[in-house]
Design a binder for this molecule. Structure first.
Ligand SMILES: [Zn+2]
Ligand SMILES: [Zn+2]
Length: 160
């Protein structure tokens, strides 16, 4: 589905968690067990997950689910730390697979075939957007770009 055979997703998810731990250790933010669980659940797939589905996925062996407010708070933390992102057009969340330390505007690349969301970051796009917004007398709060299309995996599959 979202992962081509050559994509080692266990490794990818592990790397996401390891990077989150490193970033939190560096910034002094606490990756509590619930925050870690939520990030783990998000990192399990490259397709965005809605809040309700996320809570379902956090159900334990006894069928107990965390309270929605607990999950929302953990999500808020992850979004603030940029360890996760909200995909506005899907009203869903993804684990961040990028290092945002360098700044720049984030472009979410949404595959219409498999639903996976990738990230690309560009400084020049950010500068161009800021210029265009300023020219319109607009002060942007956030720059988020969502681009729909076909991911590299799906394109390769179609070409094969
Ligand atoms: Zn990111
Ligand atoms: Zn795809």
């Amino acid at each position: 589905m979202f992962a081509a055979p050559e994509h080692d997703h266990a490794h990818c998810a592990e790397a996401t968690l390891a990077r989150a731990e490193k970033l939190c250790a560096a910034s002094g933010a606490r990756l509590t067990p619930i925050r870690r669980q939520v990030l783990e659940a998000l990192a399990a797939t490259h397709a965005p997950i809605g809040a309700y589905e996320l809570i379902e996925r956090l159900e334990d062996a006894e069928g107990r689910r965390p309270a929605p407010i607990t999950v929302y708070r953990a999500l808020d933390f992850l979004l603030e730390q940029r360890l996760a992102h909200r995909i506005e057009s899907k009203n869903a969340f993804i684990a961040c697979v990028h290092d945002h330390q360098g700044g720049g505007v984030v472009m979410f690349l949404i595959c219409e075939s498999c639903g996976a969301v990738g990230e690309a970051v560009s400084d020049s796009v950010g500068t161009a957007l800021a210029k265009a917004a300023t020219a319109a007398g607009f002060h942007p709060r956030a720059q988020v770009i969502e681009i729909a299309g076909e991911c590299a995996h799906c394109r390769a599959k179609r070409a094969a």
